[in-house]
Write a new protein. Sequence first.
Length: 216
Amino acid sequence: MLDFFFIITGYLFTKKMILTKSNWLDFFIGRVFRIYPIYLFSAFVVILYSFYRTDFSLHVPIKSFLFELYNWGMFVTPSINGNNNASLMLAGVTWTLSYECFFYIMLPLLYFSFNKIKLLFIMLAVFVFYLSIDPIVIDFYHWTFNTVMFSFFLFGFICALVEFRIKKTNVNVNNKYIFCTVFILLFLLFFLFKTSFGFYQSLIIAIIFFIIYLWF
């Protein structure tokens, strides 16, 4: 389901920030207050429980503990006060927030390239697709990214753009063809691939998402 989450993120914020006129300052302030309050509360519960397990005593040097707190604030969830399973309390999914934040950081560049310099946007898109087909792991500040994930955001962008074009032309398609297409794509996804994380998987999932959202 995380793959759909990334596509939806790319789709929604493309419509909100790139295809319409929006205030970037309000956007980033809104994202901070949308993500951080609940995340910080969850992190506080994890930290409190970790101290509970250690009888509320510090089991690591104070400098290491402060660095652990800093990492948790950046969505990197290492051990906390000796509790090596701390991240499991949040199901180990906090890594998705780093991808989401990176996408938000890149949105102004996508907006500028798409609306001002189309060639630059095409070059960025080709570069992302290249990194997705032949993925690598890169470090960006405190975060680590597998480049295959970037294709999900880009396909979300493409879904928003195609929807905008289709609605302007009022294309109608018979529902039975829609059901058959979705069924075939799901069959290919589940029987040809061992995981949903991959460039070709992201393409199939993006098409499924686009079809379901646009016609249903």
